[in-house]
Design a binder for this molecule. Structure first.
Ligand code: PLP
Length: 425
């Protein structure tokens, strides 16, 4: 319950004037800070500087002798398949190493389903009167952008503490054959930071689906991005699907975008051997082979799974103080006031903050007017429409600590200001 409700009109007006005064002081500072997108900061990028010189000019052969300088190996070099199969807990026959972006793999896979259908489709999705995806929300805006671009109708699904509301998901998927997919960011989800419980993973794997070609798009973008030494575990979805008798139900995606370099990393897609063999043929039409030099470079640099894990601990050492600062500032400025609630993630790139209903857009506009750009309000929902106008995605990774402190103090102030304005209306 908002503490503002306990103030009488006079007190509330006085409180509001004090807030306005503080806000004007912020405006006078002419800040120019941007915490809108979840990207690594420069000191994180420096951690991967070794990628520039770990490959010498005579080091161009993969373990099976293929020359990485030329075309071929459309599904990736064996050592990259081996390593990322370990990261995703699948077998090397269940993975394809793609180009530099997992989002491209997702986009192209769904575009193929629209154009040609999946192996178990009777009709290409694009020829059907309607195609729908379930979109657990708040979620990743770029997933929603793919659906919007391809004309796929999005159905928002609520998040509970351990993943999407499975009662809602099961009911919809069992009843409607036009529901062809669900987006999932199962570990440290973007932005709510949730890791799906084993029960949620098992229900997703086992639920009956009216569409025979229904798929789970399992975007495991933050699988190794822990902030603690005791990360929550996530059940292996591919195995769960096999056990439940739906081996082809899931496509799993990941990349090294936030491990090495965003835009210059490597992306992977995994699934049942039958899905992967089908996809490999499709990809062979699109390309004669991926950038195997970059794959080899990543192998030389990280060496093995332990190498990736050690590298991620170095990322965490940089990120943890930033997340702590955001959480401490929110607690210090807003704790106990009943004006906002926020996630306390154990990994990933985001903190999800909920204002009082009807305040998020105004808060984001107010911080922008004082020089701090946040992710646009609504971006975390399909069609950019947050039904309660309350969710704001905070991306603490890029700004230096000093900037982050100023940005968070301003944000906390704007939340108080907009909430007071609303109370006065
Ligand atoms: N998936 C999620 C959930 C993300 O948050 C991001 C980037 O923010 C991506 C995918 C993008 O990945 P990539 O760089 O591999 O395309």
């Amino acid at each position: 319950m908002s503490k503002l409700k306990e103030m009488n009109d006079l007190l509330l007006r006085e409180h509001y004037s004090t807030l306005v005064c503080s806000y004007e002081k912020f405006q006078a500072q002419k800040l120019t800070l941007n915490m809108s997108r979840g990207v690594p900061g420069p000191e994180q990028l420096d951690l991967s500087a070794g990628l520039f010189d770990c490959l010498k000019e005579n080091d161009y052969k993969a373990v099976n002798g293929i020359d990485c300088r030329t075309y071929g190996a459309v599904d990736g070099i064996p050592e990259a398949k081996e390593l990322f199969a370990q990261v995703l807990e699948v077998s090397p026959g269940e993975i394809i190493i793609g180009g530099n972006s997992s989002l491209t793999l997702m986009h192209d896979l769904i575009a193929r389903a629209m154009l040609r259908g999946l192996p178990d489709s009777t009709t290409p999705w694009g020829k059907l009167p309607q195609v729908k995806f379930l979109c657990p929300s708040p979620g990743y805006d770029r997933h929603f952008a793919i659906c919007e671009y391809l004309g796929i109708e999005m159905i928002p699904i609520n998040y509970l503490h351990d993943g999407p509301d499975m009662d809602q998901v099961e009911q919809l998927v069992a009843a409607d054959s036009s529901i062809k997919g669900i987006w999932c960011v199962p570990k440290y989800s973007n932005p709510s930071g949730i890791t799906y419980s084993a029960a949620v993973v098992e229900r997703l794997a086992a639920m009956p689906a009216k569409a025979p070609d229904f798929r789970i798009f399992w975007d495991n973008a933050y699988t190794v991005h822990h902030l603690t030494d005791t990360p929550p575990s996530l059940l292996d979805i591919l195995n769960a699907c096999k056990k439940a008798g739906h081996p082809d139900r899931v496509f799993v995606f990941a990349s090294t975008s936030k491990v090495s370099f965003p835009g210059a990393g490597i992306a992977v897609v995994a699934g049942s051997e039958s899905n992967i063999n089908w996809l490999k043929k499709q990809i062979s039409v699109q390309t004669i082979g991926p950038d195997k030099i970059n794959q080899l470079r990543h192998i030389r640099f990280f060496k093995d799974l332990a190498g990736i894990q050690a590298h991620m601990r170095r990322h965490a050492a940089i990120l943890k103080p930033k997340f702590d600062l955001v959480l401490e500032t929110l607690e210090a400025k807003l704790g106990g006031k009943g004006l906002a609630a926020w996630s306390k993630p154990q990994g990933g790139y985001f903190i999800s903050l909920d204002t009082l209903p009807g305040c998020a857009r105004k808060v984001v506009a107010k911080t922008a007017a004082a020089g701090v750009i946040l992710t646009p309000a609504g971006a975390t929902f399909p069609y950019g429409k947050d039904p309660e106008d309350k969710n704001i995605r905070l991306a603490p990774t890029f700004p230096p600590l000093a900037d982050l402190k100023q940005a968070m103090e301003l944000l906390a102030l704007c939340i108080q200001l907009v909430s007071a304005e609303q109370e006065l209306e």
